[in-house]
Design a protein around this ligand. Structure first.
Ligand SMILES: NC(=O)c1ccc[n+]([C@@H]2O[C@H](COP(=O)([O-])OP(=O)(O)OC[C@H]3O[C@@H](n4cnc5c(N)ncnc54)[C@H](OP(=O)(O)O)[C@@H]3O)[C@@H](O)[C@H]2O)c1
Length: 249
């Protein structure tokens, strides 16, 4: 089965392409470098020829409110139009658990806009909402750093390994469209500040992490329900400490 992975060179996309290939499918890793640009539409028609499934795991290069909203809106519109022309039977989108609860965040508003276009669009779909990737915790710390201090909310998070996200997306992509949203989360919950502290410590990073209930996560204040999944979420298998010891090796 030909499966086009938009953002196929990124963290999740490259792992997904590898898994699909191992499983005997024909993934096409699409990104601007390979001449496929979801924002301008360049190369989309050719890339989608003969494809049954499109998985959109692209991410915006700039996260300012207007830029990120334009990225997810325009790229989703372009993809859905090109998929209609190519007769694609299943559109899979990767989104974020709790995106609709974080309206103060321009990034999350853009993800909700992306989801809404997919839900209202003409292509049968599945939306996978994932929690934070273990690999993303360093970037969360960077975004909350002032000098040597990282100020982070102690809100609960239930993160997961990017490998597990890619495996779930591979399963979803080869299955029938659900026309629904599924959630995916890691096997354990942590306080966000403690999680960042453990990642920084494992990397011999001297920054100090300070808990602050008002610290903003990409512009949104958090509580224990902001980023955690609901009942019925799929639970990924990799535990944080196992990932940490493997990634440190
Ligand atoms: N980070 C998290 O914890 C988290 C949690 C839940 C969901 N998500 C979602 O996961 C998705 C993937 O994230 P990621 O960390 O794997 O992203 P990433 O590593 O930043 O990769 C982004 C990919 O998008 C491609 N891309 C950028 N602009 C494009 C365009 N105009 N047309 C086509 N492709 C384009 C990039 O290509 P180049 O390499 O050529 O630039 C790259 O392949 C995002 O939608 C994000 O919202 C993330």
């Amino acid at each position: 089965m030909k499966i086009v992975v938009i953002g196929g060179t990124g963290l999740i996309g490259s792992k997904l392409v590898e898994k699909l290939r191992e499983d005997g499918h024909e993934p096409l890793a699409a990104s601007p470098d390979s001449g496929v640009n979801a924002l301008t539409g360049e190369g989309l028609a050719k890339a989608l020829e003969g494809a049954q499934v499109v998985v959109d795991v692209a991410n915006a290069p700039a996260w300012e409110d207007a830029a990120v909203l334009d990225f997810f809106r325009t790229s989703s519109r372009n993809l859905l139009a090109a998929e209609t022309a190519a007769g694609v039977a299943h559109h899979v989108t990767l989104s974020v658990v709790g995106a609709d609860r974080l309206a103060e965040s321009g990034y999350m508003r853009a993800k909700v806009a992306q989801e809404d276009l997919v839900k209202a669009g003409p292509i049968p779909y599945t939306i996978v909402r994932a929690t934070q990737f273990f690999e993303f915790i360093g970037r969360i710390a960077d975004s909350s750093t002032d000098g040597d201090t990282v100020r982070l909310s102690p809100a609960l998070v239930q993160p997961e390994a990017a490998d597990d996200v890619a495996s779930t997306l591979a399963d979803v992509a080869i299955g029938a469209p659900l026309n629904d949203t599924v959630e995916l989360a890691g096997p354990e919950a942590f306080r966000l500040d403690e999680l960042a502290r453990r990642v920084l410590r494992a990397n011999d990073d001297p920054r100090q992490v300070t808990p602050d209930v008002h610290a903003r996560y990409f512009d949104a204040e958090l509580d224990d329900r902001s980023l955690t999944p609901g009942d019925g979420a799929r639970i990924a298998s990799t535990r944080f400490e196992d990932w940490l010891s493997q990634s440190a090796r």
